[in-house]
Design a protein around this ligand. Structure first.
Ligand code: WTA
Length: 643
């Protein structure tokens, strides 16, 4: 990594950064020397409490037991809305930009308050109470935010399921956390195409007998099936609902939400976050990492169905009283200037997106960018996967015109908020590096024997100490929480990622070390896709690996061994690809599918993915040792038959 480019800290004369380099070092030292003292101070500064906590933290990684601010009472929706009403009732809280460029809505904090209270009262009218789980399967319309905050207001636990997931995926998530109420919309619309959410929900609910209420937001006003005993037209119900609803008093450790994410086994995990630590951590990271100042217009392009949408469209920015923009559409509709047109239209100053979007826009050429102004932009962020230096440089030079620092933010669904990232006024930048840990975060690199590596090193990325935004459990399966994150390296939280540390102490994330793929920034377990494939009557066995993909970061490469007597054909290939999309959702659609009479296995029958990965990557020279295979000839055949 010797010829890495380094960019000095950019000083913007109009903005004094919240954190400069000296402050970063000073606060970082405080945060790791006496974490409880540091986090206590921050918790007073960033969060409004109804009652103070009794114990700042209590953490035992050997039992996977984590608590922060126990005994403290607060409400997340109160922190995101009510406390801003005194000064900011008329300030825009949410800017909504629709799929078509002429669609927008501006929702003030007062309106947000009234809408969230009505939604909360509507949920209550259907029997929802503290601790109940509510599934939210919605397009990117303001009501998704109202529904989330309404749950938070009454102490219900939301489980948002990404609108791109299939009925099957939705069903398993509803069942896993026993949601009895589902909030959805007739349809979403992205790039001019409708997504039939209500029809998908109807399909899913055939297998969910305990769901008694489906709250439907009619957004597109199209024809949908209606089940009178179960379906409620939210816009009608809302008319009778009062715009006042007292926030439930919650303990800091009461669950706020569940969000499913993929792991290395077939079944997605319900990542559970609690209230106090999460609100503190998302608010604080949002303020410092984007250097948020009052008056900024902040836009995160994520979907509400992912953790980035939870933490950095809704909870973090709203807790800071920010104006947050949400967008229902896609980057290239109606044309490749759409992002930058939105930036100009709403004078966006802080912009946060994913490398996959940057790469796709970069491939479309500079002109779509350069013909727009973008003068309002001040900080640019990226998240979701490693950003390659070429894409970083393009984002920095062409989009930001060398004026805007890039914050490459590394974190996970499990971490609740950003753990490693530059701070705009405090960190020099190196394209491709997430740079340094945030306050209170103590990363380490371990070798396979769990030894901590010093200085310049490469290893498994772990955290030595808890932080308030950390997940607390896997819903319904605490043992799995322990097994997944704390068993391999006792005493540490293991992220599942590998990383390198350079001479400046900067971190470079190298990607997942387990069987999890990162396709366009979406996390996907290879086992999930394999399980979907073997459900098909023609498939005997399947193995899924990732391979480098110019735009998506990783593409999905599938090897399929057919049932005896079945013949591979282009039709069957198309059918199997469609089958995966139907079982999981379009985001899991395989990019390449190869029929294989046999898969390389060890003598004990374990599929050798390492070899399949090399074949998929076209890295035949580095296939390595195949002598431990039961049938070494299988490999030759796979290479020969590769598409
Ligand atoms: C990857 C998204 C490199 C990483 C917030 C992690 C990244 C997984 C970065 C979590 C980044 C996320 N650089 N890799 N800046 N950000 N990742 O749970 O592999 O959807 O473990 O959370 O994305 O994905 P998740």
């Amino acid at each position: 990594m010797s010829e890495v480019k380094t960019y000095p800290i950019i000083n913007n004369p109009q903005y004094k950064p919240h954190i400069d380099e000296d402050t970063y070092h000073r606060m970082y030292q405080q945060s790791v020397q006496d974490p409880d003292k540091f986090w206590s101070r921050m918790a007073h500064q960033f969060v409004d409490w109804f009652e103070p906590w009794e114990e700042t933290s209590n953490v035992d990684y050997n039992k996977a037991e984590i608590s922060w601010f126990k005994g403290g009472k607060l409400n997340a929706s109160y922190n995101c809305i009510d406390r801003h009403l005194k000064d900011k009732a008329d300030q825009t809280a949410i800017i909504w930009e629709g799929d078509e460029p002429d669609q927008q809505r501006y929702i003030s904090f007062q309106e947000l308050h009234d809408e969230v209270c009505r939604f909360a009262n509507a949920l209550k009218s259907r029997g929802v109470k503290k601790g109940d789980r509510v599934c939210i399967y919605m397009p990117m319309i303001p009501e998704v935010g109202y529904a989330m905050l309404a749950c938070a207001r009454i102490g219900a636990i939301h489980s948002v399921v990404f609108g791109g997931f299939s009925p099957e995926a939705l069903k398993s998530r509803i069942l896993d956390s026993d949601c009895q109420v589902v909030v959805t919309a007739d349809a979403g619309v992205r790039g001019g195409k409708q997504v039939p959410l209500k029809a998908n929900a109807d399909e899913a609910l055939k297998g969910c007998p305990d769901v008694h209420t489906v709250m439907v937001v009619k957004s597109q006003n199209n024809d949908i099936e209606w089940h009178t005993e179960r379906d409620v037209d939210y816009n009608v119900l809302k008319q009778d609902m009062q715009p006042e609803c007292a926030p439930e008093v919650m303990d800091a450790e009461d669950p706020l939400f569940i969000l499913y994410t993929s792991g290395s086994t077939g079944k997605p995990k319900g990542v559970m976050h609690t209230t106090g630590g999460y609100i503190l951590y998302t608010a604080m990271t949002h303020k410092y990492i984007f250097d948020y100042h009052d008056g900024d217009i902040y836009w995160c392009t994520a979907d509400a169905g992912w953790i980035t949408g939870h933490s950095y469209i809704f909870y973090g920015p709203l807790a800071n009283g920010a104006t947050t923009l949400m967008f229902e559409g896609v980057p290239n509709y109606p044309n490749a200037s759409r992002f930058w047109d939105i930036v100009d239209k709403h004078k966006v100053s802080l912009f946060y997106t994913a490398p996959t979007a940057i790469r796709a826009l970069m491939a479309g050429g500079d002109e779509a960018v350069t013909k727009t102004s973008r003068q309002s932009l001040r900080v640019l962020g990226t998240v979701g996967e490693p950003i390659n230096p070429e894409a970083w440089e393009w984002y920095f030079n062409v989009v930001g015109e060398k004026r805007c620092p890039i914050v490459d933010t590394w974190w996970q669904t499990e971490t609740g908020g950003i753990l490693i990232s530059p701070l705009p006024g405090a960190t020099k930048l190196k394209p491709g590096s997430a740079t340094r840990p945030f306050f209170g975060i103590q990363p380490a690199l371990l070798d396979t024997d769990a030894n901590e590596l010093d200085g310049v090193a490469s290893g498994s990325l772990v955290m030595k100490h808890s932080w308030p935004g950390q997940m607390r459990s896997v819903w319904g399966d605490h043992q799995r929480f322990y097994d997944t994150y704390f068993s391999q390296f006792p005493g540490y939280y293991f992220s599942g990622d590998g990383a390198q540390r350079d001479g400046d102490g900067f971190y470079w994330i190298t990607g997942r070390m387990d069987d999890v793929l990162n396709v366009s920034g979406h996390r996907m377990g290879t086992a999930e896709i394999e399980s979907a494939l073997v459900l098909h009557e023609s498939v005997a066995e399947a193995a899924v690996v990732g391979y480098p993909h110019d735009i998506k970061g990783q593409g999905i490469y599938v090897y399929v061994n057919l049932m005896k007597g079945k013949q591979g054909s282009d039709e069957l290939k198309a059918e199997l690809i469609a089958h995966v999309a139907k079982e999981i959702g379009p985001i899991a659609k395989p990019d390449k599918l190869q029929f294989a009479d046999d898969l390389p296995k060890t003598r004990s029958g374990k599929i050798m993915r390492r070899i399949l990965r090399k074949i998929a990557e076209d890295d035949i020279e580095n296939i390595g040792d195949t002598s431990t295979l039961a049938e070494p000839a299988v490999v030759e055949k796979l290479i020969r038959e590769k598409l």
